[in-house]
Design a protein around this ligand. Structure first.
Ligand SMILES: Cc1ncc(COP(=O)(O)O)c(C=O)c1O
Length: 380
C-alpha cells in the first residue's frame, strides 16, 4: 500500500480546523493531523454505519480492548489486561478525568517543556499548580533530566504529566530513563500520567517502551492515556483509552463517573477498534512519513541551510530552530504575515522556545516543499 498526501484542492474541501482556521491563501501546517486518506477499512466501516444510520450512543466495545491488547503485545511486547482499558472522549479528557481521581485543586503537577501545550492546559483545568522540569537539551536532542525531575519531586509534587513520545521535540524516552523515573516517582509518592498518543508512530530504528511495561514499580505508580486518533488520523471521531495495570489504579479508573466512557463516540470507538488491526496501513503511513522526515532535511539543506532540525524519532512534527533567520521576537507571526504559511509558534510549547516553530510534515512532498519556499519568501 502506497500512501501519498492529498492535493491542496482536495484538502481545502475538508472542514477540520486545520483547513478552516486560516484564509485561503495561507498554507496551514500546524495542528497535528495528517493530509492522507484514512485507512480504507476504517472508511468502509464508517460508511457502513452511516448507511444504516447507526449513529446512536456508545455502549461497551469489547473489541476495542481486545484489539488494543493484541496490538500492544505484537508491537511493543506489552501485556495489557483488557479489563483495564477504559474509554474516554479524547486523551485530554482521559488525563483530566483520571486526574480528578488523584489530584485536588492546588496540588503540584510536573511537566517537561518544551511539550504539547495542552498538557499545561490540563493541569490548569484541574486547578493544580504546574511545576516545569525542562528537558535537557543537547543540540537539538532533548532528553529527560532526571536530576531536574527529582528536584521538582522534592517540592511535594503529586503527579507528573509525561509526554512519551514527546511532542514537539520527537524524542522517545529509553526504558532505562523510564525505569529510573518510576523509581523516583515511587520514592516521592508521585503518580505518572503517561500520554502515549504518538507511540504507534515511532519509526522502526527506535524502540518505544510503554511506561507501564517498564517494571512493577511503573505499573504501581503509573497510568497510560493513549488513542488511535493520532496515528490513524481519527481525532475528530473522539475516542481515547485510559490503561492501568495495577489494582489500585484500576480502582481509580472504576471510580470515574460512568459518563467518561459514554462521552466518547460510537464512531471513534469502532474506528479505533479497527485501527488496532490495521497494521499494514500504519506501516505504510510510517514509510511515507519516514521519507518525508528525510525529505524535509534535504529541502532545508538546499533552501534554508542555517535552520536547525533534528530528524525526529517519531511522528510527523518537526521542531525547527529559526534563530539564524533573524525574524524577530515571534517568527511564526512573520511567517504567517509575509510568507502566508501557518506553523505553531515554539513559545506555545514552553519558555526559551520563542525562536522555534513546529512544522507538520504529515502531508505531500509538494506541500512540504511549498512550506519551505514560503519560509524562504518571508525572509526576503
Ligand atoms: C502529546 C499529545 N497528547 C494529546 C494530544 C491530543 O489528543 P486528544 O485530541 O485525544 O486530546 C495531542 C495532539 O496533538 C498530542 O500531541
Amino acid at each position: 500500500m502506497d500512501i501519498e498526501g492529498l492535493t491542496l484542492s482536495e484538502l481545502r474541501k475538508r472542514k477540520s480546523f486545520k483547513w478552516r482556521g486560516y484564509p485561503e491563501d495561507v498554507l496551514p501546517l500546524p495542528v497535528a493531523e495528517m493530509d492522507f486518506e484514512i485507512d480504507p477499512e476504517i472508511r468502509a466501516l464508517l460508511i457502513q454505519m452511516l448507511e444504516i444510520s447507526d449513529t446512536g450512543y456508545l455502549g461497551p466495545v469489547p473489541e476495542l480492548n481486545a484489539n488494543f491488547t493484541k496490538f500492544a503485545l505484537q508491537r511493543w511486547g506489552w501485556t495489557v489486561d483488557p479489563e483495564q482499558v477504559f474509554t474516554a472522549t479524547d486523551v485530554g479528557v482521559g488525563m483530566v478525568e483520571f486526574g480528578r481521581t488523584v489530584l485536588n485543586p492546588g496540588d503540584k503537577v510536573v511537566y517537561n517543556t518544551p511539550v504539547y501545550q495542552n498538557i499545561l492546559n490540563w493541569i490548569n483545568e484541574l486547578k493544580c499548580q504546574p511545576v516545569d522540569a525542562p528537558l535537557h537539551k543537547d543540540g537539538l536532542h532533548y532528553t529527560l533530566d532526571l536530576d531536574v525531575v527529582e528536584d521538582a519531586y522534592k517540592k511535594g509534587v503529586k503527579a507528573h504529566f509525561l509526554c512519551n513520545p514527546q511532542n514537539p521535540v520527537g524524542t522517545v524516552f529509553s526504558k532505562e530513563e523510564l525505569s529510573k523515573l518510576a523509581q523516583l516517582a515511587k520514592k516521592y509518592g508521585v503518580m505518572i500520567f503517561s500520554d502515549e498518543i504518538h507511540a504507534p508512530l515511532v519509526y522502526e530504528a527506535t524502540t518505544f517502551t510503554p511506561f507501564l511495561a517498564v517494571s512493577d514499580t511503573a505499573r504501581e505508580v503509573g497510568v497510560c492515556v493513549t488513542a488511535a486518533s493520532k496515528s490513524w488520523n481519527l481525532a475528530g471521531l473522539k475516542c481515547a483509552m485510559i490503561v492501568t495495570q495495577h489494582e489500585d489504579q484500576k480502582a481509580r479508573a472504576l471510580s470515574m463517573p460512568e459518563a467518561v466512557h459514554y462521552r466518547a463516540s460510537l464512531f471513534g470507538a469502532l474506528a479505533a477498534a479497527q485501527a488496532f488491526l490495521s497494521i499494514d496501513w500504519l506501516d505504510s503511513a510510517l514509510k511515507t512519513l519516514d521519507r518525508n522526515r528525510k525529505f524535509l532535511a534535504e529541502e532545508l539543506a538546499k533552501k534554508l541551510p542555517t535552520v536547525g532540525y533534528r530528524i525526529p524519532d517519531c511522528s510527523y512534527l518537526a521542531w525547527l530552530d529559526l534563530e539564524s533567520l533573524n525574524l524577530g521576537e515571534n517568527p511564526s507571526e512573520v511567517l504567517l504575515e509575509k510568507g502566508r504559511v501557518a506553523l505553531n509558534s515554539g513559545i506555545q510549547f514552553g519558555p526559551n522556545s520563542g525562536q522555534f516553530v513546529r512544522f507538520n510534515f504529515g502531508t505531500s512532498r509538494e506541500i512540504i516543499s511549498e512550506g519551505i519556499d514560503r519560509i524562504v519568501n518571508a525572509t526576503k
